[in-house]
Design a protein around this ligand. Structure first.
Ligand SMILES: [Zn+2]
Length: 159
């Protein structure tokens, strides 16, 4: 489920790390230029990402936070707003004594069942509209765009 997008996001993550990263030897405390440390011969090198830190592995969350990327987590409240809007788009207002009452209002007053919102989120996940990263939801397109922009900015810096 949704693995095509997760694979694409992981590939972009790796591309970004390569574009912005600098290899670093933990034992010798110095940079390694050839993929192998000239000091000790180790190929088990860390990567230094300016602004993010030094590590052997970075998560997508590390990159989003470290580079302050233009992509934000979708909160449950935002999904709830979307769900209510979809109700108003799907159902006409109910007429009562000359008053028109929105479907979303009726739902909130009489049903208000979060499991319906969770079902919508599950659907988004299944069709790839959103991805889950470290227990946070992101819109797939926004995350891919943010990663591509970050990679493009790295290429500009090195060009
Ligand atoms: Zn070394």
């Amino acid at each position: 489920m949704a693995t095509i997008y997760e694979d694409e996001i992981n590939e972009l993550k790796n591309e970004l790390i390569i574009a912005k990263g600098r290899k670093y030897c933990y034992s010798c405390c110095k940079y390694a230029f050839e993929g192998v440390c000239l000091g000790c011969g180790s190929d088990d090198l860390m990567t230094e990402l300016a602004g993010v830190g030094r590590d052997w592995h970075f998560s997508i969350s590390d990159l989003i936070d470290g580079y302050d990327m233009d992509v934000s987590e979708v909160t449950f409240d935002e999904f709830r707003e979307e769900f209510l809007l979809s109700l108003d788009e799907s159902y006409p207002p109910t007429e009562f004594m000359g008053l028109f009452i929105d479907a979303s209002y009726m739902w909130e007053e009489h049903i208000n069942d979060d499991s319906e919102i969770h079902a919508m989120i599950d659907g988004y996940y299944t069709d790839g509209t959103i991805v889950e990263i470290n227990s946070k939801w992101y819109r797939t397109d926004d995350l891919i765009t943010a990663l591509k922009n970050e990679i493009a900015s790295a290429e500009l810096q090195t060009a």
